[in-house]
Design a protein around this ligand. Structure first.
Ligand code: FE
Length: 204
């Protein structure tokens, strides 16, 4: 059983309580509920008649990763923002992540330009992640929870760009939402993720 993680805040600068509650309390909560339901169904799923066009096992395993990545991506997204983070997207010069970004993308500004543009180009997610196999940072684009992700990678920053993430507050103005997301990034959370997974050890 997975439990829903509570939101650390009720509203953010530029993102209303209503927008966040609909997103967290309804949509994210739904992925947790469905993942738990799938785990129950998998206990008795038919393994004797697997089929690549349609079978109970195929459908359950397909939606299991959709639901699970829906949970992981949303938890990273909500955790990665913070009220009063007020960093305006900037990272202190002493930050390890800033150093890695500068090494891998040329400059913080170049990385941010690509990350924001990917928020428009993607249909679901833009993710800054470290691929543990080469220790480099990549901006990863996903159109759906279980599409486009990279294995052996650790997500440092996750931006939801589905319409449901911003439509209540911004209507179709996705670029304005992306600017608000960037302003609310709590880089201390990304730094904590880097520490937790000892990402410095993967730099070559
Ligand atoms: Fe979402």
């Amino acid at each position: 059983m997975r439990e829903q993680k509570p939101l650390k805040y009720t509203a953010l600068e530029g993102l209303s309580e209503k927008q966040l509650q609909e997103h967290h309390g309804v949509l994210y909560a739904g992925y947790v509920k469905k993942w738990n339901e799938i785990q129950e169904k998998l206990k008795t799923a038919d393994r004797a008649n697997p089929n690549g066009t349609f079978s109970e096992l195929r459908e359950l395993k397909l939606e299991e990763t959709f639901a699970l990545n829906g949970i992981k991506l949303h938890e990273g997204y909500f955790d990665g923002m913070g009220p009063g983070a007020a960093t305006s997207g900037q990272l202190p010069a002493t930050s390890a992540i800033r150093k890695w970004i500068e090494e891998d993308f040329g400059s913080f500004e170049k990385w941010l330009e690509e990350f924001k543009a990917m928020g428009v180009a993607a249909r679901g997610w833009a993710v800054l992640a470290m691929d543990l196999d080469d220790g480099r940072l990549y901006n990863i684009l996903c159109d759906s929870h279980n599409q486009g992700g990279v294995w052996n990678a650790v997500a440092l920053l996750i931006m939801d760009v589905y319409e449901h993430a911003y439509f209540f507050d911004f209507a179709t103005a996705r670029k304005a939402y992306i600017d608000v997301f960037v302003k609310n990034i709590d880089w201390a959370v990304a730094e904590a993720v880097a520490e937790r997974f000892r990402l410095a050890e993967f730099r070559k």
